[in-house]
Ligand binder design. Structure first.
Ligand SMILES: [Zn+2]
Length: 268
C-alpha cells in the first residue's frame, strides 16, 4: 500500500483510534456536505469521491486492519521524538476549539472625550472565526467611544481600518504557536496537517523554527507525506474579505448615531 494513503484518517477528520461508529458518523456528515447534489460548486465531486474512497477502506473491518498494518512502519528520528513528547494542539482562546492555524492578534478599541483619547488593546490567541468577532467588537466599541474629539476621530478611522484588515499579528508568537501544533499533530498521527504547517514555517522569521521546520518537512517526506498532499489538507480560513471590511466601517459609522439618538431621547 502506498504511503500516500496515510491521509485516509485525516480525510475523514478522525484519529487512527476512532471507533467504527465514529468513522461512520464522520463519513456521513462530511459526505452529505460534499455530495455533488448538495449545491456546492467547484470540485466536480472530487472531495465526495475522496471521502467515499476513505470510507470504503476504513469502514470495512478487514480492509481497515490491512491498512493499519501498512501504517505500522514506526516513526523514526525527529518524528519519533515529536510523537514521544506529544502535546495537545492549541485551542482558540474564545471558543476553546482545537485550532490548526491559531494566531496571536491584537485589535484596538479607541475611546475619546473632547481632546483626550486613548487606545485599549484586546488581544488573544484565536481561531479565524473568533478573531473576526473580536475585531468587529473592537471596531464597534471604537465607533461608540472613539469619535468624540478630533484626535479620537482620526484614531478611530485608523484603528477601524487596521481591525478590518486583521489587526496586528505578533509574528514571533504566531510562529511558536504553529510550531507547537506541528509537534501536536505528529503526536496525533495526523502527518498531513503537520506537514502543511511545517511547510508554512519553512519561511519563518525565527531562524531556529525555520531550521527545525525544514528538517521536519524532510522527515515527513521520508515518511511518505509530500508537500503537495499536505497543502491540499489545509483550508485558508484567514482570507481577507471586503464584506467584512464594510461591516467594520458600517459598525463604526452607525454606532455614534446610537449614542446621539439615545442622548436626544433621554433629554426628551
Ligand atoms: Zn474560536
Amino acid at each position: 500500500m502506498q504511503r500516500d494513503a496515510l491521509g485516509l484518517y485525516a480525510r475523514l477528520g478522525v484519529t487512527p483510534d476512532a471507533t467504527p461508529a465514529e468513522i461512520k458518523a464522520a463519513y456521513r456528515r462530511l459526505a452529505k456536505a460534499a455530495h455533488p447534489d448538495s449545491g456546492r460548486r467547484g470540485d466536480d465531486g472530487r472531495r465526495f469521491r475522496e471521502l467515499t474512497e476513505a470510507y470504503e477502506i476504513l469502514g470495512d473491518a478487514v480492509r481497515r486492519r490491512d491498512y493499519d498494518k501498512a501504517l505500522e512502519k514506526p516513526l523514526t528520528g525527529l518524528l519519533a521524538a515529536a510523537s514521544r513528547d506529544a502535546r495537545e494542539p492549541i485551542r482558540c482562546g474564545a471558543c476553546r476549539k482545537t485550532t490548526i492555524e491559531p494566531r496571536y492578534l491584537r485589535f484596538q478599541r479607541v475611546w475619546s472625550i473632547a481632546m483626550f483619547c486613548g487606545r485599549r488593546p484586546v488581544e488573544g490567541i484565536w481561531c479565524a472565526s473568533c478573531a473576526r468577532t473580536a475585531a468587529l467588537g473592537a471596531s464597534l466599541s471604537s465607533g461608540l467611544l472613539g469619535w468624540w474629539g478630533l484626535p479620537g476621530a482620526l484614531w478611530t478611522l485608523a484603528e477601524v481600518a487596521r481591525n478590518a484588515a486583521g489587526g496586528t499579528a505578533d509574528a514571533a508568537a504566531g510562529e511558536k504557536l504553529l510550531w507547537h501544533n506541528v509537534g501536536a499533530f505528529v503526536g496525533r498521527g495526523n502527518l498531513p496537517v503537520a506537514a502543511a504547517l511545517a511547510a508554512r514555517l519553512a519561511t519563518a522569521e525565527d531562524a531556529r523554527i525555520r531550521g527545525d521546520a525544514i528538517e521536519m518537512l524532510s522527515a515527513l517526506r521520508e515518511q511518505g507525506v509530500g508537500r503537495s498532499i499536505a497543502m491540499a489538507r489545509l483550508d485558508a480560513p484567514w482570507g481577507f474579505s471586503a464584506v467584512s471590511a464594510l461591516a467594520h466601517f458600517g459598525a463604526a459609522a452607525v454606532a455614534p448615531w446610537v449614542v446621539i439618538v439615545s442622548w436626544a431621547v433621554t433629554r426628551g
